[in-house]
Design a protein around this ligand. Structure first.
Ligand SMILES: Cc1ncc(COP(=O)(O)O)c(C=O)c1O
Length: 364
């Protein structure tokens, strides 16, 4: 059996370093924020080529706090992509704003910049592109539109640790970039974790205060903040993993290259990588009109796959109040019925990737 992802494999590879990092925190007696979180924030900012990083509890909170730091709330609209993980939309509605969905480019699965202008209204405050599946969104036209209309750009980089757009790391192209360290992410904690990175000192400062009860000085509360702090044990685990992330991305790239070559004439629609994009292959997503049949045959052949995502946000009961018919966003609806994610991860042996290729070829 080849699992979609063996979550314990990264821990087993780095067991000594991770165990030492955890014990360092246990011995320190410092269990909220403090030196481990500070050190991870400094390392993460540098790695992302950004001036500031602020650790928070998870990726959803990173998005919510980014929106709050920009004073986005009730009466405001935020442009989101239609085929994202629901967290992108949940952040917008959590602050009381309205998500205005825009369809993706069918080739890249990322928001189609050419469709954004038509969705901008006087209430629009921000554009919220997602670097879906680890492939950077086409940021230059998005940033140009934002400048032209006076909008903020918040990037959802939950799947894009280390990806580059036109040679520069994702981390501070837009106003604020939101990260998740959910265990299955390219840089994953052993529990929940998240961060924002930015070159804007004002936003870093506001998020730093918001994440900690609105407080800079203990028991002095400047604003109505929340408790959304990166846990020091998770920060220590992330610090242990970060030096390995580039090598892990290279292993993902080798698997993606083998998949692309081995499945070239399989009849499946394979990921398209624009020449300005340097993706990090959080997921390797193929498309097939017979997706469900393919997934079933692969399961019978011992190959685990997942669907990212089977129901787009506008078709979820959670968003029934937006009153968006399935066909209001036909691309999001169709992609949800056709996408399939093949096994992918830095600890997936290339020999297993070769078996996946054989199984997919036999199943198509
Ligand atoms: C695109 C996207 N945005 C946001 C999130 C939210 O991150 P978290 O699970 O850490 O809250 C995730 C991952 O779960 C994601 O894939």
């Amino acid at each position: 059996m080849i699992p979609f992802l063996d979550l314990g494999a990264a821990y087993r590879e780095l067991r000594t370093e991770i165990d030492a990092a955890i014990h360092r925190v246990l011995d320190s007696g410092w269990y909220i924020l403090g030196p481990e979180v500070d050190a991870f924030e400094a390392g993460w900012a540098a790695w992302c080529e950004a001036d500031h990083a602020v650790g928070v509890a998870n990726g959803l909170d990173a998005l919510i706090l980014a929106l709050r730091a920009l004073d986005i709330g009730s009466g405001d609209e935020v442009i989101v992509q239609s085929n994202t993980y629901i967290a992108t939309w949940l952040a917008v509605t959590a602050v009381g704003a309205r998500p205005v969905p825009v369809e993706p480019d069918a080739a890249t699965h990322n928001i189609d910049p050419a469709r954004i202008a038509a969705a901008i209204t006087p209430a629009t405050r921000a554009l919220l592109p997602v670097h879906l599946y680890g492939q950077p969104a086409d940021l230059d036209p998005i940033l140009a539109l934002a400048r032209q209309h006076g909008l903020a750009v918040i990037e959802d980089a939950a799947q894009a640790h280390g990806a580059r757009y036109k040679g520069r790391r994702i981390g501070a192209h837009g106003d604020v970039v939101c990260w998740s360290f959910y265990p299955g992410k390219n840089l994953g904690a052993l529990g929940d974790g998240g961060a924002v990175t930015t070159n804007r000192a004002d936003l870093a400062d506001r998020i730093r205060v918001l994440r900690n009860y609105g407080s800079r000085v203990k028991y002095v509360n400047e604003v109505q903040g929340v408790n959304s702090r990166l846990d020091p044990i998770q920060a220590a685990v992330l610090r242990a993993k970060l030096p390995h992330l580039d090598a892990w991305t290279d292993r993902r790239r080798a698997i993606a290259a083998d998949y692309a070559e081995g499945l070239r004439d399989s009849g499946l629609i394979l990921p398209h990588v624009p020449d300005w994009a340097d993706p990090v292959w959080h997921l390797f997503v193929v498309r097939s009109p017979d997706r469900d049949g393919l997934q079933k045959r692969l399961a019978e052949a011992g190959v685990g796959t997942l669907i990212h995502y089977p129901i787009p946000p506008h078709m979820q009961a959670a968003y029934a109040d937006l009153d968006l018919a399935p066909d209001a966003l036909p691309l999001a609806r169709d992609l949800a019925g056709e996408v399939l994610s093949l096994p992918m991860g830095p600890q997936l042996p290339l020999a297993d990737a070769a078996r996946v290729i054989e199984a997919v070829r036999a199943a198509t």
